[in-house]
Write a protein that binds this ligand. Structure first.
Ligand SMILES: Nc1ncnc2c1ncn2[C@@H]1O[C@H](COP(=O)(O)OP(=O)(O)OP(=O)(O)O)[C@@H](O)[C@H]1O
Length: 973
């Protein structure tokens, strides 16, 4: 019966991203297109739970176990793929398979859940025992006891009854599922969780849980015994390395269990007959699990996989899974007969071993054999340790040899390092000058900003002045208006007085007219009477009656008196005694005429009065309206003035802050420059001294090399910190500039609205310059980029000059090529730097090839059969780091300076391409260097602008992909 191999892909955790495994519809998982693949019997996808696995593939095993067969469930896969989660669940106590097995086992043994071992009908006297051990570095530790420091580990014992057992491991009888689960959890927490040089110890340890069930089968009345083994295997990631490589790196013990497991699986898969002979003694784990792997056991293996796995690691895991699926096991019912049979066979085997031992021991019998066996074991362990020691020594020897070789070439190395130091110096000098120029530019910008702000402040002060003048003008207007108001009031009073006078006159006039009419009537009567009297007199004179002459005379006298009296009364009625004596004597006709004239005059006066009244009213309305508008305008002006004042205060404080910031930058830069200069001088002096002492007294090349390396590291650190500081300062300054620009824009808007209002309310007042004149012109904006280019060119020239000066100061003369290079200018800068680093890499590559050749020759001379080792020298690491640092620096400078995504992409690409050579000749894992460079780059981008992140990360992946393709094409190099 073959081992069942099922797969499980765990869900993504902690921003791992989606599952990238190539999974076919037939449950085939491939490590890469055309690479190692395997078709699982069943594949649990990401959404599956422990309960799903349990119900489908583990619960049936509990039934088989209860039926009297040995069963085994093992979890296999790389570290972090979910083996522990599957078996034990997680901290949130989501149940793992072990607690589920225990619960189900006891539930099936005791379906009524009444008391222990009530029988389920098929069994009697059931008894469950539990044993749990951990195997780490070939030591077996009992997880049922608290570990002690003096724990020497348990030994395996081969007995005829039980086969291979852990000698001395505590076997605990468990009566309830909860009790068993608690024991399991306690044991699980006792696993070795130490952090070692090779990662967590638990990654390389195996946990074996053995549940033994004994009972009497009711049907036969015979005792039965079965075992359920649950195994958490060590991480499979080590399987991508050669075993010699693992031995070299981890020592002989750490990864032995998983390597032996894979070895036994391979052996078993190729020898499928029952009479096979398998070497289980490769490790403690395979010895302990020999029944489970190739004997009397029904075994199922769950292969756990991460959703995103390294293709090589996955290929290693799938290869073992494929081999396991071909392994045959031979489970039989462990009834009494089978147990007898097995015991007999084991006993025979043991006897054979003993016989063999006694032959070897010269016929000294059993006690001698056990001694020999113990001795053999001891010698084997000693041998193992000695082998380990000798391998380590050999490795150390090789290291030393390579170091000696390196020392022999130390001069060349030192030269190249000095060259790189020179380059570094150049770059640092260049960066320094760049920073200085940037700082100058910032200073200029700040000055310009200050100047602009000063202008703006002046302008605003002018505006304020104008506004206050206008306010004064409005104040004078208001005064005038107040005067006009007073005049209007006086006029209104006058008008009232005239009106009253007019009314009085009108009344007098009316009375006069009435009196006049009355007098006219009386006059008319008198005239009529006179006419009659005259007629009578005429008649009487005609008649000649003398006595009658007296009466008409009297009558005449009376009339005359009346007429004389009438003008006096009229004068009195006119009141004022104004009438002259001449007027008193006016005849009635004339007075009537005068009355008509008066009427007309009065009419005219009335018309005039109405017109005046109308005009006055209009004027008053107009003045009132004007007053209201002026008041409103004054209010608005006051508010705007206070706004402008506030803006001015803010702008001033901004300018002050910028000045402060600028001063701080200046100081920082000065300090850093000083520090750098003094450090550089000190280093160069030290190197010269060391060189002198070496030339004179035969100094130690290695220590000089270390010294130079540490110096370089020091320089790099100092430079990096300086860059970071300045980048932060520049960032802050840029932010401040942006704020000021925003403020400027806001003031412009305020200015424009003020201007519009002034234009609307007082067209004759100067509203200040239009907004367009205050904005930055297009030329100014374009000249930003051009001046940046110009500035970069200047920076480069200055950096070169500075470097040449430095060289001169240090005793080296700039060669003609250098001078030529100085003259070449900006266009050759990047090309030049690239060439230098490429040369540097090439020379390092040549060095590597030379070293490899040397090693090969050495190993050909050596009788050992071990493979030649491919270990890059420390110097090369340093060289790569220098090249990487240079590439990153240039990329960062380009990105920070131009703040352009294109440039960032270009430099990311350059980082990758310029590191292709180092990537080639570095062992697996080292390409992280390139990743790190790009990653840093991407991080910088993130700092600058968040929404660029995605694009830059895309570019990062793109170029890394390109680098990989390049690498694949070039593997024959
Ligand atoms: N099916 C799952 N559902 C949710 N989380 C899971 C699942 N499988 C594993 N994990 C989580 O993945 C992480 C790694 O799992 P786990 O520790 O079980 O891996 P491992 O293979 O046992 O690793 P190691 O060998 O280092 O112990 C843990 O945080 C675990 O909670």
């Amino acid at each position: 019966m073959n081992i069942d191999v099922i797969g499980r892909v765990r869900p993504s955790i902690r921003n791992e991203g989606p599952c990238t495994l190539a999974i076919g519809s037939d449950n085939r998982v491939s490590s890469r297109p055309g690479g190692q693949s395997f078709v699982f019997q069943h594949l649990y996808q990401q959404g599956s739970s422990n309960l799903d696995v349990y119900s489908r593939h583990v619960e049936p095993m509990v039934d088989i176990f209860l039926a009297g067969y040995n069963v085994c469930f093992m979890c296999f896969g790389e570290s972090g793929s979910g083996k522990s989660f599957t078996l034990a669940g997680d901290s949130s106590m989501k149940n793992g398979l072990v607690p589920l097995v225990l619960a189900s086992l006891f539930a099936k043994l005791d379906p009524g859940d009444k008391f222990l071992y009530s029988q389920d009908g098929a069994r009697e006297n059931s008894k469950v025992t539990l044993r749990m051990v951990e195997i780490y570095q070939e030591k077996v530790r009992d997880l049922m006891v608290i570990p002690t420091t003096s724990d020497g580990g348990l030994q395996l014992r081969h007995t005829a009854e039980g086969g291979v057992e852990v000698d001395g491991a505590i076997v605990t009888q468990v009566n309830k599922a909860s009790e068993a689960t608690t024991l399991f959890r306690e044991g699980w927490t006792r696993r070795n969780e130490e952090m070692t040089d090779q990662g967590l110890a638990s990654n390389q340890s195996a946990v074996v849980l053995q549940l033994d069930l004994t009972y009497v089968a009711k049907e036969t009345g015979l005792p039965n015994r079965s075992r359920f083994t649950l195994v958490d295997l060590p991480g499979s990631e080590k399987l991508i390395f050669e075993s010699t490589h693992i031995r070299m790196r981890d020592g002989p013990l750490l990864s032995r269990a998983i390597v032996a497991f894979a070895g036994v699986a391979k052996e078993l898969s190729s020898k499928r007959n029952a009479n096979r002979v398998i070497n289980y003694n490769q490790s403690v784990l395979t010895r302990l699990l020999q029944e489970e792997l190739g004997g009397n056991c029904r075994t199922r293996c769950l292969v756990c996989m991460k959703p995103q796995s390294d293709s090589d690691v996955l290929a290693g895991t799938l290869r073992v899974a494929e081999q396991l699926a071909l392994v045959n096991t031979f489970p039989i019912l462990n009834d009494l007969y089978a147990q007898f049979l097995l015991t007999q066979i084991r006993a025979r085997l043991l006897k054979l071993e003993l016989d063999l031992g006694s032959d070897v021991g010269g016929g000294q019998g059993r006690p001698a054999m056990s001694d020999v066996k113990t001795e053999l074991q001891r010698v084997q362990t000693e041998n193992l340790q000695l082998r380990d020691k000798s391998e380590r020594l050999l490795y150390r020897l090789e290291q030393l040899q390579s170091k000696y070789g390196t020392l022999a070439h130390s001069k060349a190395d030192l030269n190249s390092e000095l060259l790189s130091t020179e380059e570094e110096k150049l770059k640092v000098g260049k960066a320094l000058v760049e920073l200085e120029i940037e700082n100058n530019k910032l200073k200029e910008e700040l000055e310009a900003q200050k100047f602009e702000m000063g202008n703006r402040i002046l302008e605003l002060e002018n505006q304020l002045l104008e506004a206050s003048m206008r306010a004064e003008q409005w104040h004078a207007d208001a005064m005038k208006l107040r005067q006009t108001e007073d005049e209007r009031k006086q006029l209104a009073d006058e008008f009232v007085r005239i009106k009253e006078q007019l009314l009085t006159q009108t009344r007098d006039y009316d009375a006069l007219v009435a009196k006049n009419e009355e007098l006219s009537m009386e006059l008319l009567n008198l005239v009529n009477t006179k006419n009659e009297l005259l007629k009578q007199r005429d008649n009487m004179s005609l008649a000649g009656m003398r006595g009658a002459q007296h009466d008409p005379q009297a009558e005449m006298q009376r009339i005359k008196a009346m007429i004389a009296k009438t003008p006096a009364e009229m004068a009195a009625a006119a009141g004022g005694g104004r009438g002259s004596s001449r007027r008193q004597q006016l005849p009635a006709e004339r007075r009537m005429l005068r009355t008509g004239e008066l009427d007309r005059e009065l009419e005219g006066l009335r018309g005039q009065y109405d017109k005046d009244q109308e005009k006055l009213r209009d004027r008053i309305n107009f003045l009132l309206k004007e007053l209201q508008d002026t008041r409103q305008l004054a209010k608005n002006r006051l508010r705007e003035i206070s706004e402008v004042k506030a803006a001015l205060v803010t702008a001033r404080s901004d300018a002050q802050q910028m000045q402060l910031q600028y001063n701080r930058c200046q100081h920082k830069l000065k300090d850093l420059q000083e520090e750098y200069k003094s450090r550089l001088g000190r280093y160069v002096q030290d190197i010269a001294e060391h060189e002198d002492s070496r030339g004179g007294g035969g100094g130690d090349g290695g220590s000089l090399r270390d010294y130079v390396t540490s110096m370089l590291a020091d320089l790099r650190r100092a430079h990096k910190s300086r860059e970071e500081q300045l980048a932060a300062a520049a960032q802050e300054f840029r932010g401040r500039m942006m704020d000021t620009a925003r403020e400027h824009e806001r003031l412009l808007v305020a200015h424009e609205s003020l201007r519009q209002r002034v234009l609307e309310s007082a067209p004759d007042v100067d509203p200040g310059p239009p907004i367009d004149q205050l904005r930055l012109t297009d030329e100014e904006l374009i000249s930003g980029t051009q001046s940046e280019l110009l500035r970069l060119t200047e920076e480069l020239t200055r950096a070169r000059k500075e470097a040449a000066n430095l060289k001169l100061r240090l005793g080296a003369r700039p060669d003609t090529g250098e001078r030529q290079r100085l003259a070449d200018g900006e266009a050759h800068d990047f090309q030049d730097l690239r060439r230098q680093i490429r040369d540097f890499n090439n020379s390092a590559l040549e060095e590597q090839l030379r070293e490899a050749r040397r090693k090969l020759e050495k190993q050909q001379r050596r009788p050992r059969d071990s493979q030649p080792l491919e270990r890059p020298s420390e110097l090369r690491w340093a060289a790569v780091d220098v090249a990487a640092a240079a590439a990153v620096k240039i990329g960062e400078i380009a990105a920070v300076r131009t703040n352009s995504l294109d440039d960032a992409n270009k430099s990311a690409r350059w980082c990758v391409l310029s590191h292709l050579h180092p990537v080639h000749w570095l062992p697996a894992g080292r390409p992280i260097l390139t990743h790190r460079c790009c990653r840093r780059h991407v991080d910088d981008e993130q700092l600058q602008q968040d929404d660029k992140r995605q694009a830059t990360t895309g570019s990062f992946h793109h170029w890394c992909g390109e680098a990989k393709q390049f690498k694949a094409m070039d593997t024959g190099l």
